[in-house]
Ligand binder design. Structure first.
Ligand SMILES: Nc1nc2c(ncn2[C@@H]2O[C@H](COP(=O)(O)OP(=O)(O)OP(=O)(O)O)[C@@H](O)[C@H]2O)c(=O)[nH]1
Ligand SMILES: [Mg+2]
Length: 409
């Protein structure tokens, strides 16, 4: 009996994965960044999205949202007040969204007309983790009222997330929230993950989050056709949820067709922060181009001879040496880094460029394998099995020259 249930589950997940892969390809072809927001009920997903949608629209970004709940269209109504197209998915008892539901509720929307699509999952810390929706970025949210240990108790969600958001930071003090402990717990489960600390009430931390979205969007400028028209509705009940502007027939057009945000380059408090930033970017690029990094491939980017690295790096290297071809790996990473450079060039986004350069500069104070990979991708030397040589050879040289060559400075 148990075997049969497991087999059924596997079958369902396999079907979901296939549909999700199709969705992922559609999103990528349309140049639409898709995020899947997951947390327990009441963490503040809708409040966070309300603010995100509003602020992105004010920047001229074309955004839309799908929101999942067992019942009611409350969240869709709240989100539609931002003026963005919104659809509610009612799962009627199912504790997560599935790729098929998403696919069905996207019907009639022109994805190429959207820069970013947000999917708010059903409030649940367990079920949504197993269901890929084809998203490029999975966001795990944790509010200060839930307790710092949730990442340890629900590791699957945090381990599969690309970014984490600590919400309701305005309540941190009355809740005796231990920020350092929460961050430590999240990173224990998912090393190197980007963490945002935000308050949807006060707006704290939102600027960083929006900059992150812009970077993840790949700097692809939106096309000029504006928001999709006539698509603001609730699919599950076929009932439209119009924003106030749309109800009055007075919908606000995006402020501009440019998705260019004058953001300053990031600064990095430590080589570790710089390293996490660079790895996250490479990891995101890998997913963007459809060649996601395996856990070992991603963790190998943390190898260091002198400087911060992962506690389990010895095991990672051992597994890598056993199952991977270093030359192929380095070629793959080099290609991704070149893609990042090209993307930033194409988008003309100087602040992204500068953030990358600054991260490399900060990291170069120490001795990291990642610097060698970056140098190799910039044409300093040919990639191909550097790891074994690197791990036994002398200190990395010419890193600063590499930075200059890499960024064309
Ligand atoms: N003080 C404070 N309250 C917040 C913040 N964000 C959300 N809330 C409150 O938290 C409660 C739940 O917020 P929602 O946005 O509905 O949470 P949710 O995660 O979307 O909930 P479900 O969709 O039911 O899973 C509401 O009463 C919000 O007003 C915040 O940043 N600060
Ligand atoms: Mg909600």
């Amino acid at each position: 009996m148990t075997t049969r249930i497991v087999e059924l589950r596997r079958g369902i997940l396999k079907k979901n994965d296939e549909l999700a892969a199709g969705l992922r390809a559609r999103y990528a072809a349309a140049g639409c960044l898709v995020l899947n927001l997951v947390s327990s009920p009441g963490t503040g997903k809708t409040a966070f999205l309300e603010r995100t949608l509003r602020e992105l629209r004010a920047r001229g970004c074309r955004v839309a949202a799908l929101v999942g709940d067992l019942e009611t269209d409350n969240d869709a109504k709240r989100l539609a007040a931002s003026g963005a197209p919104v659809r509610q998915i009612n799962t009627h008892g199912i504790c997560h969204l599935e790729a098929e539901m998403v696919s069905k509720h996207l019907e009639g929307w022109e994805l190429a007309d959207l820069d970013i699509l947000f999917i708010e999952n059903v409030g649940n810390l367990v079920c949504p983790s197993s269901y890929d929706l084809g998203e490029r970025v999975r966001v795990a949210l944790l509010s200060v009222t839930e307790g710092e240990d949730k990442p340890l108790k629900y590791p699957t969600l945090f381990n599969s997330a690309d970014a984490a958001v600590i919400t309701k930071i305005d309540l941190a003090e009355p809740c005796d929230f231990n920020r350092e402990l929460a961050v430590k717990n999240i990173r224990e489960i998912r090393p190197g993950i980007r963490i945002f600390e935000t308050s949807s009430k006060t707006g704290v931390g939102m600027a960083d989050w929006l900059d992150y979205l812009v970077a993840q969007q790949g700097g692809v400028p939106p096309n000029s056709s504006g928001q999709p028209t006539g698509v603001v509705e609730i699919q599950a009940s076929s009932q439209a949820v119009l924003s106030p502007e749309e109800e009055s027939g007075d919908a606000i057009a995006p402020a501009s067709n440019e998705f260019s945000v004058a953001t300053p380059a990031r600064s990095f408090a430590s080589p570790r922060e710089a390293k996490e930033f660079l790895i996250e970017w490479i990891d995101a690029e890998a997913r963007r181009v459809g060649t996601p990094l395996s856990e070992i491939e991603r963790k190998m980017l943390y190898v260091s001879r002198k400087g911060w690295t992962l506690p389990e790096i010895g095991d990672v290297q051992e597994a890598f040496e056993r199952y991977h071809d270093p030359a192929e790996y380095e070629e793959k990473i080099g290609k991704l880094i070149r893609g990042i450079r090209l993307g930033a060039h194409t988008a003309g986004n100087q602040s992204e460029f500068d953030s990358w350069t600054e991260a490399v500069r900060v990291l170069s104070k120490q001795d990291h394998y990642l610097l060698e990979l970056i140098a190799a991708s910039g044409g300093i030397r040919k990639s191909g099995g550097r790891i074994s040589l690197w791990l036994t050879a002398a200190v990395v040289c010419g890193v600063l020259v590499a930075i200059a060559l890499f960024m064309g400075h």
